[in-house]
Design a protein around this ligand. Structure first.
Ligand code: KIV
Length: 262
């Protein structure tokens, strides 16, 4: 997928959108050679790449740095960047300067979490010529308020609220919508209600696409095993094995051999 128009086409054609997070050049180079459609420089970078406890610690400069690194390695894929914590609540000037930095670093669209009190802001950003991807359900930037990384919309009232927000976000002009950790039935009804494609993470099979954190699907973390995650590789095990083999061969003098020597 190359432009924002391709998202609308997928809603019509029914072909699923495949998105993964990406924070660096070498991952971007690999993604470029795969069937993945969209690279997301998520603010999860603050956790995955910087070891923070939450995405609250992500800064605009951090995000722009990762976007630029991804941009240098990515080709033929759509590139989305997260607007970090509170960047939309520090005044219009700060918001627009933040978006300016992310777009100039190479993003083609900005993902903004939440809807409550944000609809006018999102509309303003969209009308400024910046495509916005919405994000509802578990919005990790609010994890202190939500009491952790938990399922959202499990009760009737909260499900109805999330459905309403999804319609309001569509009216505000988002071109697509991430649904994170909501019941599959709620994701289904949102997907059937809104005209823009939905992209789920922990939201069941009925969304118009899926997104996962790259390092999660590659099994890079030994102990991270939420219900929604499928690990497609034992990255932790395979990389540890390679590093141990390298260590053993250095110690036994089998590396470097004549083949690797000048
Ligand atoms: O920051 C992120 O990685 C995300 C995805 C999980 C959707 O927002």
């Amino acid at each position: 997928m190359k432009t924002v128009l391709d998202f609308a086409k997928r809603k019509t054609s029914g072909e699923k959108i495949v998105m993964v997070t990406c924070y660096d050049t070498w991952s971007a180079r690999i993604i470029s050679e795969t069937k993945v459609d969209v690279a997301l420089v998520g603010d999860s970078a603050s956790m995955v790449m910087h070891g923070h406890e939450s995405t609250v610690l992500a800064e605009v400069e951090m995000m722009a740095y990762h976007v630029a690194a991804v941009k240098r390695g990515l080709s033929g894929k759509f590139l989305v960047a997260d607007l970090p914590f509170l960047a939309h609540r520090k005044g219009t000037r700060y918001l627009m300067e933040s978006i300016d930095k992310l777009m100039k670093a190479g993003a083609q669209a900005i993902k903004m979490e939440g809807a409550d009190g944000m609809l006018d802001t999102i509309e303003y950003v969209v009308k400024s010529g910046v495509p916005v991807m919405g994000h509802l359900g578990l919005t990790p930037q609010s994890f202190h308020q939500l009491g952790g990384f938990r399922l959202q919309g499990a009760e009737e009232a909260s499900a109805a609220q999330i459905l309403k927000y999804s319609q309001q976000l569509e009216q505000a002009g988002v071109f697509s919508l991430v649904l994170e950790m909501v019941p599959a039935a709620l994701a289904k009804s949102i997907t059937e209600t809104v005209g823009v494609p939905t992209i789920g993470i922990g939201a069941g099979v009925h969304t118009n696409g899926q997104v996962l954190v790259l390092q999660d699907l590659l099994g890079m973390s030994k102990d991270f095993e939420p219900k929604f995650l499928k690990k497609y590789l034992d990255g932790f095990g395979l990389i540890s094995q390679a590093l141990n083999q390298y260590s053993d061969e250095v110690r036994t003098g089998t590396f470097p051999s004549v083949k690797e020597s000048y």
